[in-house]
Design a protein around this ligand. Structure first.
Ligand code: NIG
Ligand code: ZN
Length: 424
């Protein structure tokens, strides 16, 4: 780590999201970005030391200004590093053939029930060596970084046997160690019922509970435990058992809920005290109220709805009902093969009725809370990790207005410049 301080000066807008570390933002507070114009940030040892107007920072560090490495952010927007709280980062292969099948009328569930979908990626992932899996996933992580993402959550769930689930989680752990982007792991052995267990799905649920969860926890390979609670996949009752079993081993619950059919997933998330409920395209009114009451973060995935040509979750309704909303790519080879959080924010505005300020909150501090990292990342405040992005636009509204463009100019991770387009 470079010992010299890093000073970012003269941001046209510095989006701090101050005061949001203890709990995710809800309702009107999701628009309170706490912007500083002509803003500056002083960073040492990878940690944000001071945030203010350029004049304030220059006065405070007057005698030490010469020591610092300086990044001039004149004319640029500076935000916290983007956080992606729901990805299936580690997998092998791709499924463009299924995309074409869907364009010709097949549905996502039809393809999966015919042995494709998650099963196809599971076969490819089981076949891949650790090294192949690492390499394919590392390339994706590079792309995340290019789109301004400094932390991603990554789920297993394409192994579906103990051996291959462990392989996926070990790859995620290694990426976390070697790559500038932080990787936070989730065990998702209950991603699909393997074809061999189709006639006896409860036997597979037992394997997840008795064999996989304990071993993943013993090896400390994951922090969270997720389940695909969906008609034809895992029932709410099976999902509850899996999530409760994870809790006994210290794995915090997350849930893929109400994606394709209304199925009581949001209600279940509130009952088991899930950290987040994700998807929610078909969440019921009761479910939405339950999420708001329990403060469960709704991780919305508008790229998935877009790519599946389905109606998006009602982000507007959820924010108005007091649910803390976060956004994510859901990066996976079947329903959302994208790595672009900027595009996801665009879709949040265009497809879910969210405002430019709300989508930025949802992609930073609320996303951090969705993976229990709200105290370390997600806002630009003293004491937090120095993860920041400089965008080549003068204000936060332009990020959403000039949609579909990667405006990332520089990414700073833990106080180091890890990506720069200075000579672009
Ligand atoms: N819905 C379940 N799991 C993933 C899709 C996985 C796949 O199709 O490979 C999702 O979150 O969309
Ligand atoms: Zn997912």
């Amino acid at each position: 780590m470079n010992r010299r301080p890093l000073l970012i000066r003269h941001a046209s807008q510095l989006v701090t999201l101050k005061g949001s570390s203890d709990a995710p933002l809800t309702g009107k507070a999701m628009e309170a970005l706490h912007i500083i114009e002509d803003g500056s940030v002083w960073i040492e040892e990878g940690i944000i030391q001071s945030v203010g107007t350029d004049r304030e920072i220059a006065e405070k560090y007057g005698s030490r200004l010469e020591e610092a490495r300086v990044i001039d952010a004149t004319g640029r927007l500076v935000t916290p590093g983007l956080v992606d709280p729901h990805t299936h980062l580690v997998y092998a292969g791709s499924r463009e053939n299924e995309f074409e099948m869907r364009l010709k009328g097949a549905t996502y569930m039809e393809i999966m029930n015919a042995g494709g979908g998650i099963h196809a990626t599971t076969a490819a992932t089981q076949k891949a060596t650790h090294e192949q899996l690492y390499e394919e996933s590392r390339k994706r992580l590079d792309l995340f970084l290019r789109h301004g993402v400094t932390t991603v959550e990554a789920k297993s769930g394409y192994g579906l046997t103990l051996e291959h689930e462990l392989k996926q989680l070990e790859v995620a752990r290694e990426l976390n160690r070697n790559h500038p982007v932080d990787v936070v792991s989730t065990f998702m052995g209950a991603h699909a019922v393997p074809v061999a267990y189709r006639e006896r799905p409860d036997d597979f649920v037992e394997r997840v509970i008795r064999e996989m969860i304990p071993e993943v926890a013993r090896r400390k390979l994951a922090e969270f435990n997720d389940v695909f609670c969906e008609k034809g996949v895992f029932t709410p009752e099976q999902s509850r058992r899996i999530l409760e079993a994870g809790k006994e081993w210290g794995l915090l619950p997350k849930i893929h809920a109400d994606e394709i059919e209304p199925y009581g997933g949001a209600e279940l998330a509130a009952e088991v005290g899930a950290v987040s409920a994700d998807h929610l395209l078909k969440a019921s009114e009761r479910g939405i109220r339950a999420l708001a009451e329990k403060g469960v973060v709704a991780v919305l995935l508008p790229g998935t709805a877009f790519f599946l040509m389905a109606e998006s979750a009602d982000g507007r309704r959820m924010i108005d009902a007091g649910v803390p909303v976060a956004l994510s790519t859901d990066c996976n080879p079947g329903s959302s093969p994208t790595v672009s959080m900027p595009l996801i924010m665009n879709l949040g505005c265009l497809k879910m009725g969210m405002t430019p300020a709300e989508v930025l909150t949802a992609a930073t501090i609320n996303a951090a809370h969705a993976i229990r990292r709200g105290r370390e990342i997600g806002s630009i405040e003293e004491g937090k990790k120095a993860d920041l992005v400089l965008f080549d636009v003068p204000n936060y509204m332009s990020l959403q207005y000039a949609f579909g463009v990667n405006h990332v100019h520089t990414v700073i991770k833990g106080g180091e410049v890890v990506l720069s387009n200075e000579n672009r």
